[in-house]
Design a protein around this ligand. Structure first.
Ligand code: A2P
Length: 276
């Protein structure tokens, strides 16, 4: 698969095979310029979230780009803390007001639990929130809907209680953290997996094993790591604020051999730093 290719979601909507992530990119000039650079570099898929606080800057960069709206795939997310139908309806509206676009392409429930209650059981609440997501989808203001950070159990609860099935599950996925159980389950259920933090928020960059492989391919460690996600059948969402990295991260049209993919599967990632 090439960076200019598309995945097709269960409802037939196509989605560019690599997306530009904007987590931790501050709103204002930095987010605006990063998205502008990404569009200039050829990205046609931008991923934001209400919780990132940069929806307005992302939307403005898209509007100002002069690129036809239909050529850019835009994702945003309902905050993880929003766990009732009424709040969900209100926050969907907040996203649309902030982002300033007539429609978005994908909207995700950011997580199955609020960030200060990771792992807690919000099954009942997620089913209720999903109803608001389905209505948003039916309104035509978003072309697809999905979930993020959902486990197999969380996914099944939605699948068993939905009229519109989630089309995407966005999860943390990188070398050393291939998330096989969730990705297999998603594949079986026609849910596209998107992988955020393909560089393990930068931790993979120091790997000696990856440096050796990168040298062999004449690529950077970042490019090997992003390519790995794509060859695992998932959609990578690299992020950067540096024009040089932004360009490099979409230049991934090379092939890692099957043997070397198997080798990468055996590598373990460095442990997360305490703040990750
Ligand atoms: P920065 O944002 O300062 O440009 P992940 O996508 O796994 O969350 O990793 C993001 C981190 O990796 C950021 O700190 C980002 O730096 C850095 N990064 C992104 N692309 C590259 C690259 N091509 N080379 C080196 N560092 C990169």
């Amino acid at each position: 698969m090439k960076s200019t290719d598309f995945f097709t979601l269960a409802n037939g909507v196509t989605i560019p095979a690599i997306g530009f992530g904007t987590w931790q990119i501050p709103s204002g000039d930095i987010a605006y310029n990063s998205v502008k650079e990404a569009l200039k570099a050829g990205y046609r898929h931008i991923d934001t979230a209400q919780a990132y606080g940069n929806e307005a800057s992302v939307g403005q960069a898209i509007i100002d780009s002069g690129i036809a709206r239909s050529e850019i795939f835009v994702t945003s997310k309902l905050p993880a803390e929003i766990k009732s139908y009424d709040q969900a309806v209100r926050h969907i509206q907040f996203t649309m007001t902030k982002i300033g676009l007539d429609y978005i392409d994908l909207y995700l429930i950011h997580a199955p639990w609020p960030w200060d209650k990771i792992g807690a059981d919000y099954t009942k609440e997620n089913i209720e929130v999903w109803r608001a997501m389905e209505e948003f989808y039916k309104s035509g203001k978003t072309r697809s809907i999905g979930i993020s950070n959902f486990s197999v159990k969380d996914i099944d609860a939605i699948l068993d209680n939905s009229r519109v099935r989630p089309m995407v599950n966005q999860i943390k996925l990188h070398i050393g953290h291939p998330q096989e159980e969730i990705t297999d389950h998603c594949r079986k259920n026609g849910i596209l997996v998107e992988g955020y933090s393909p560089l393990a928020t930068g931790r993979l960059l120091d790997s000696k094993e990856l440096a050796a492989m990168a040298e062999k391919y004449g690529k950077s460690v970042a490019q090997i790591s992003i390519r790995y996600v794509l060859q695992k059948g998932a959609l990578p969402l690299p992020k950067s604020t540096h024009p040089e990295y932004i360009r490099q991260n979409i230049d991934i049209d090379f092939e890692i051999t099957a043997d070397e993919m198997s080798y990468l599967d055996t590598l373990s990632a460095a442990q997360p730093r305490p703040w990750e």
